[in-house]
Design a protein around this ligand. Sequence first.
Ligand SMILES: [Zn+2]
Ligand SMILES: [Zn+2]
Length: 261
Amino acid sequence: MRDFHVHSNYSDGEFLEGMVRAAEAAGLEGIGFADHCNVSSREPMAKVRSVYGFNLDLTYERRRQGIERLREETAIEIYDAVEMDYDPRDEPEIREFLDRAAFEYSIGSVHAVDGKNVQVPAEFTGASDRELDAIVDDYFDRLVALVESELFDTAAHADLIARTPPLRGRATESHYQRVARAFADSRTIPEINAGRALTDAEIVHPAEPFLEVLREFDVSVTVGSDAHRPSEIGDRIRFLEEFTDRSGIDPVAPPAISSRK
Ligand SMILES: [Zn+2]
Ligand SMILES: [Zn+2]
């Protein structure tokens, strides 16, 4: 088992080394650091970078040196990856950055729609049913654009809206079909994301009805714990092992990793 989606202190997680030690303790064969990164010149995204200190666009070379040093101290694989915020308007900047930074693989994420973070219930207080449905439509439009852009190896938490109470339950079979069809035609694959699996929300992305559609389209999937702290890795990995076993899923590595020899 390898975990292809964890964070470190190069975005909003804890030290690289602690994450690697926890991965060893969990019996993982590999761990992939996919720290948050956005390279958009649009104001809300530039604000996120400076307010939260998400600076992997400036620090990826230093993180790479850290990863190289830690590789000398461990028997497990450490991957040098990234979780990029995706918005169709930022495609040229994202492409230029990914070409330049040359990570081992890249994860693309839609975290926001119309400047609203879809993980934050408070963003949607007072919105009408029609407005909430429109947010969900826009979310899936962007996700399809992400998959069709072919910019990324992996699309993270493909039904992120399902973790947010006002948006949960609003995705439809036709949303799932559109996304699954896009995956089937793209190099980009979805991940099973356990970031909220062991919280009170008990949500695995993609949720079962969505997974079912992805199976119909014969789409491969990878896995990620989305852990931000060492203490999260062990439990989430055990969960992912059981979950994939139970669902008959044989997870694969992100395409850039599985295609290299
Ligand atoms: Zn994410
Ligand atoms: Zn993440």
